[in-house]
Write a protein that binds this ligand. Structure first.
Ligand SMILES: Nc1ncnc2c1ncn2[C@@H]1O[C@H](COP(=O)(O)OP(=O)(O)OP(=O)(O)O)[C@@H](O)[C@H]1O
Ligand SMILES: [Mg+2]
Length: 266
């Protein structure tokens, strides 16, 4: 069976007043079924642009080249109409800030069931049940009641759970999570990571997890791509990247990760 998701030589270019600038340069990676790829790098390294390019969601003016294949089907260059049927369906994305991605004027149930109906059709009643089940799956207590609540009635961690429920409601083959835990406190971060890892192992969804924090992906990724200034500086299995990094920059990122056995300077 072929790999689920194969990206080859992906380049993203922006026109600027000083000429074209490549913000993602010849990035290649593979995500297998059941696999999590961690993309890590400092702010501005091109992590989000990589994810947005894959979904055809880049800001106006950006150009892409290379190849992005899901189940052997090329996505780069597909029409907006075709991509719309892929987004939220075969590939879905969870963003950093759930408040700006959820509509404050609609109940979470309506937002999840609309997403479901857009791609899968069916009755309102059955879509509502899908929403209740999805909320249940991501650990929202009393989902049959909570389904009628608005985003502001949920805590930050719960809102992120709602986003994950929405992303998973159409059983995507690939889930892209772009810094989904950055806005959360450390304990809630850990709970969301645990939830994602658990959902992934039960649903078999491939996952791309984007973060600037190498420590976060050490527990969930099988493969790691390290980016700096748009360049893919290192790509390998998590084991190799963590235990025998080949690049100086990766070593530097690893050194910045606090360890439990670090001595505390008083
Ligand atoms: N509209 C644009 N025009 C030109 N350059 C842009 C545009 N949008 C983003 N960039 C540049 O693209 C580069 C990559 O940005 P990107 O958002 O992918 O970084 P990132 O790795 O996701 O960072 P962060 O960790 O802060 O989210 C940055 O240097 C940014 O300045
Ligand atoms: Mg980003």
């Amino acid at each position: 069976m072929s790999d689920l998701f194969v990206v080859e030589d992906l380049t993203v270019t922006f026109p600027t007043s000083r000429g074209p600038v490549d913000v993602v340069k010849n990035v290649s990676f593979t995500v297998g079924r059941d696999d999590t790829l961690g993309i890590v790098g400092e702010s501005g390294s091109g992590k989000s642009m990589t994810a947005l390019a894959v979904l055809g969601l880049l800001p106006r003016g950006a150009r892409t080249s290379g190849s992005v294949k899901l189940d052997g089907i090329e996505l780069l260059g597909k029409s907006e109409r075709d991509l719309r049927s892929v987004r939220g369906n075969a590939i879905s994305m969870v963003f950093q800030d759930p408040l700006s991605s959820l509509n404050p004027y609609y109940t979470v149930g309506l937002q999840i069931s609309e997403m479901y109906q857009t791609h899968r059709g069916g009755s309102r009643r059955s879509a509502r049940q899908v929403a209740i089940d999805a909320l249940d799956r991501v650990g929202i207590p009393d989902p049959a009641r909570r389904v009628d609540h608005y985003p502001h009635q949920f805590s930050g961690g719960q809102r992120q759970r709602v986003m994950i429920a929405m992303a998973l409601c159409c059983s995507p083959s690939l889930l892209i999570a772009d810094e989904p835990t950055t806005a959360l406190d450390v304990t809630v971060q850990a709970q969301i990571l645990e939830l994602l890892a658990e959902l992934q192992s039960t649903t078999g969804t491939g996952m791309i997890f984007i973060t600037h924090d190498l420590a976060v992906i050490s527990s969930i990724a099988q493969r790691v791509l390290v980016m700096r200034s748009g360049d893919p500086v290192e790509y390998g299995t998590a084991e190799q990247v963590f235990s025998a990094p080949r690049h100086e920059y990766t070593r530097m990122l690893l050194d910045a990760v606090p360890r439990i056995d670090d001595e505390v300077a008083l």
